[in-house]
Structures are given as structure tokens and as C-alpha cells.
Design a protein around this ligand. Sequence first.
Ligand code: NAP
Length: 278
Amino acid sequence: MPSPLIPTRLFGIIGHPLGHSLSPLLHNWGFGHFGLPGVYMAWPVEVGRVADFMTAVRLLGIEGVSVTIPHKAAVMEYVDGMTDRARAVGAVNTLFWQGGRLWGENTDVAGFVAPLREMGDVPGTALVLGGGGAARAAVAGLAELGVPEIVVSNRTEAKARELARDFGVGVVDWERRGERAGGLVVNATPLGMLGKNEGQSPLPPGALGPGSVAYDLVYNPHETAFLRDAATAGARMIPGLSMFFGQAVEQFRIWTGCELPRVEGMALLRKALYGEGV
Ligand code: NAP
């Protein structure tokens, strides 16, 4: 007897380039883990082809999409609605259907907040380094957590000022950022990342202290210069893979209602990225 056909639900990620994305590995593992009939694909979409892709989402019945660089702002004009978080950040990283309408959400905010909630005891002051999309998600998350004093600092000050104005937070001169590193410090720049920025820290040496919490959004390599400095200073550390996992957990929950298990999911990512547990 042939087995009855089970309709497969179609999901995927768009971005350009997409070679390094861990999302297909994690979401396809999730479908298998829960025995769900879903498949998650990688769709490299060039700048200028987003409108065509969004037409395909509607025509092909694509049920959910992760959106990454450089399309997080471009997809916004093609959705039927946006969540408050996506609107506040000014970027969409997740597409989903609700009531026959295509919605845009930003799960980077939930992903950013998750490890801070887990840690508890979040410092009352926060310095966010960077002025791009990740910095905006971090400031939105810190505002949601109710951190009383949030300041941003960016190499290009105009961008820091714009971010600060949008969220009603303070600005610190890039040259003086080291003086404000006594609480939570978020690295939302690519400094430290594998490649040309590897080995660089976003803070001057000696800026972190034992009361600091160093939250590095960079997750490759595993041990960045910023986190090494934090360990030396006796500061607490949050590695960037936690945020990556958290934003994917939120996407999977929106699409399926299921919660990706943390221990196995993080182990899968660590093995793929760092070869741990091989
Ligand atoms: P983005 O929009 O391109 O912004 C990058 C920011 O970093 C800009 O404000 C830029 O300053 C600053 N910057 C770049 N090179 C710098 C340098 N050499 N010195 C000082 N500042 C520099 O990028 P993004 O999307 O916000 O991402 C930022 C980082 O977060 C990336 O490393 C990304 O991989 C990471 N990230 C991680 C997650 C996660 O899940 N863990 C999620 C999103 C992003 P200017 O304004 O002066 O150019």
C-alpha cells in the first residue's frame, strides 16, 4: 500500500550571500525532531530581486521565511502588516502568515533578550557598541527589559545619534566608550569576527571590570578578543551564538508552535561552527 501523501510545508531563508547560513541546518533538524512535514531551504536572492521573491512567497504558498543581510529593510514594503518590534527596529527578519495576511517580525530582539533573561540580574547601565541593525535590535531589547540607563556609541557618530533619537537613549563619543564599560557592554560591530576583523576588540584594553557583563554578538570564532578581555577582567560573558539560537527558536515557535530544545540545538550549532563534540 503506498503511504498517503503528506503535504510538505515550505520554509527558507533569503539573503546574499548565503553560503555561511546555519539556519537550514537548525530548522530542518527541528522539523525532524518534532516529526513535522516541513522543509527549509536556502534562497540566495540578489539585491533588486526582492519584489520577485515576495511575489513567489504568495504564489508558491511559502509558509515562513527568515530574512538576512541585505534584505531586512527591503522586505518591509511587501508585507501586509508588521509587529511593533519590527516597526521599532526598522527591520524584518521573519515572514509569517496570520489570518491570510503576510506579516513581518523581528526575532533578533527576542533572541538578544533571551540570554539576558536567563542570566537574570541584568546591570542597570548598558553600553551598545555599533549603530547598525544588530545595535538597533539590542537597544530595542534593552528597552523591553527596562534597563534604566542605555547609551550607544558608534564609529560614525551620526548613526549613533539617529539610533539614540529613535529609542530615546544616550550617545557616547566613540573615543570615550571605554569610560562607560562598567555595566553591560554589547558588541554589535563586526570587530572580532573571523576574517579581517579577527583578534580586534571593540573596547580599549582594561576597560572592562569585574562588574561588567560582556555580550558579544559576534559568534565566529567562539572565543573573541572581547570575550578573552572579559575573562581576564573577571567579567561575566554572553557569547553571540546564544542570540543566534534565540532568534531561530522564536521563528520556529511562530511557524510551528514548537520550542526548539536548547541543549541539543546549541550542541548542533557548536558542532557545525566550531567542530565541538565531533
Ligand atoms: P551593520 O548593519 O553592517 O552595522 C555594523 C556596525 O559596526 C556599524 O555601526 C559600523 O559602524 C560598525 N563597524 C563596522 N566596522 C567597524 C570597525 N572596523 N570599527 C568600528 N566600528 C565598525 O551590521 P549588523 O547587522 O548590525 O551586525 C553587526 C554585528 O553583529 C556583525 O558582526 C553580525 O555578525 C553580528 N550579528 C549577530 C547576530 C547574532 O544572532 N548573534 C545577529 C545580527 C548580527 P559605521 O556606522 O561607522 O560603519
